[in-house]
Structures are given as structure tokens and as C-alpha cells.
Design a protein around this ligand. Sequence first.
Ligand code: GAL
Length: 398
Amino acid sequence: MNRLLSLAIMFLMVSNLMAQEPEAQNRPNRPRARRSMVPTPSYPATADADGNHVNAHGGCIIAYNGEWLWYGEARPRFGFTSEGVSLYTAPIGTQPISASDSLAATPLDLKWKYRGLVLTVVDEAGSPIERGCIIERPKVLYNERTRQFVMLFHSELKGRGYEAAQTGFATSESPYGPFRLHHVQRPNPGRWPADFSDEDIKRAKALNPSDYPEWWTPTWRTAVEQGLLLAKDFESGQMSRDMTVYVDDDGTAWHIYSSEENLTLQAAELTPDYLGYTGRYYRIAPGGQNEAPCLLKHGDTYWLICSGCTGWTPNEARMFSAKSIQGPWTQHPSPMQGPGAKRTFEAQGTWIWTQPSPTADSPTLYFMADVWMPRSLALSRHLCLSITFEGDLPVIRK
Ligand code: GAL
């Protein structure tokens, strides 16, 4: 009986410790917590209206009907699979609430109301969103033609790691969900990039991965630029992992994603209902190994801010500009400046949050990023930094 009692007390103590926010656990007078599985965060939590950390990562914030809608990955406290996509809302026009821990408030410190999971994983065996799958970087667009909210996301199948590399499409009549899975697919099977000449196609078709067993050599890199991996996936469709969406001034929606084994970004035009591809797509920085794309337009120039490919570990951001989404794209130095810039302030971009500015003509743009905590993805932090233009170049400081 004594043994049972002490076991029960121990269990209660451990579960109590695990249930606390990591800040509480990491206080100096709680040395045991340092040995727990919860990592030390480098940024404070983003509290929602109930005081819970916002569990929306790799997401987007869009305006609709007087509200900000923040959709993001709902991640479990431990492990790498997904629970679905969560939604938080806040009224547009309210001021950031002051941060409780005396750190300066950020634009994200609004009174976010948790609206639950708008897309949930299911228990149906074989479904692309079967529990155990991975749903990353959800982005939501409102389609005025169909009056539907369309969600695109990076979809990975249960038990298959990151090999499926597909795009998921889900729809809802309401911004609050529930979103229903429409289908998952790889972009543009059987299509060459729109700007590939007959010569380019002939050269790409002749490339064979078995002729390049060793990666990262100069000849391999040239072959990648010429379409070695593009051609490999020609029949099945192009790989599609980290992603964003962008609706251009003419109403054309684009899906921009890391493709070709994360070595090349592609920009693919979506059909007018946003539920598929028209077959028109372009490559961006072939062989450049970019991911986490975020796109903005300033004046007549498109700016693409990306990360390198080091998984959950931060790296130096990259930036490209073009006069059209179709390219050509020119590379620039990272827009991050000041201390921590070399590692993007420990974060990785996910979205450009466009806010109307009460004083200026042009909106205020914020670079939203995730400070990943792979040992507890649900607790990953958020970073939201304003983008200014200095001599026409975007600059981001912390
Ligand atoms: C990152 C990517 C994340 C996630 C992670 C998995 O590079 O940006 O969205 O896929 O890799 O390791």
C-alpha cells in the first residue's frame, strides 16, 4: 500500500511538472526541470486569450470580415506528427496587449481566441491525413468565385517520413471550418516548366540520376540546374514540401514550394478555383536549396525571402527579387540585419503578414517566423518583425 501510494504521488508530481509551461519549469529553483524533455525556449510564449501558448506554426494570418485569422500547424507536445490545423482569431484594429513578462509587446500579442482545429487528422486507415501523418505550413485563401476558403498544405503520409512530398487541398464554406480534405497531389505531372525550350526539354530528358551517384559535385549541380530531379519526377508530379501561396494583382493564385528534393523552388499557377494546377509553372533559383518561402510585393517588385535547408536548425535567410512571379529572379543578400541576423534570429520564415497602416499609404508588412523547438514542436515560438525598405531593399531587424 505504501509503495502504491508513493508511486501515485511520484506520478502526480511528474505529470504536474510536465504540464507546466517551460518558463515555469526553467526557473533556477527548479533544477530538475532542466533534465526534463522540455527544451529551454529562446523567446517567450505567445499567449492566447486563455493564457495558453498559441499552437499554430508554419502558418499564415489573413484578414476576413473584420478579423485576423491565424491558421497554423497544431503540433503535439512530443513527437513529429500532426494533429491538424488550428485557428486563432483576433479583431482587426485592436492594439497589441502588453506582454505579461515585461518584454516589449509584438504585433502578435493580440487577444487571440482559440477557435479549435479547423482541419483534423482522421482515424480512417489509408487517408492522406490519417493520424500519424504530417501536415505542415497550411495557407488559406478565400476564393471569391467559389465562395470557399481553400487551404493548401504540405502533406506527408503516415509512416513515410517526408518522402511523399505532396500538396494537400482542403475546403470550407466558413473561415472557422471544418475544412474537408479535397485531395492531395504532386504538382504538374507530365508538364515541363512553362519557360523550358524544346532544347531544355531534350537536355533534361537525357539526364539520368544513375549517372550522378555522388551528390554535391560541380557536374551534379549543373545537372540539377538542367533538370535532373525535375525530369526524375516528370511522370509522378513535382515534389512539393515547404510552401506559400500568393494571389497576384491580376487575381492569379500561385503556389510556391520547395521541389526537386528541396534543391529548387517552383512557382505553379493554381486553377481559378484554387483546387489544382493549370500546368504552368516556373523554377526559381535551380539548385539553390531554398525553403520556407515567403513572398511580398513592394511597388513593382516581388521579393521572396527563404531559408536554407537545415531542417529545424536556423540558418541564414536568402532573398530574391523579380518583376514577375515567372522570373527571372535575382539573388540579394539576406534582409536580416543586426545581432542574430546570420541565423535569422533563431527563426525560419513562414508568412508575410500585411496590416493596413493608419498613417502611411502602403500597408505595414511583417515577417512572421517560427522559432522551432523540435523537442516539443507545440511549444515552438513565434517571431514577427516589421519589414522596412532601405534604398528599395527590404530590411528586417529584431
Ligand atoms: C524544415 C521545414 C519545416 C519542417 C522541418 C522538418 O526545414 O522548414 O517545415 O519540414 O524542416 O525537418
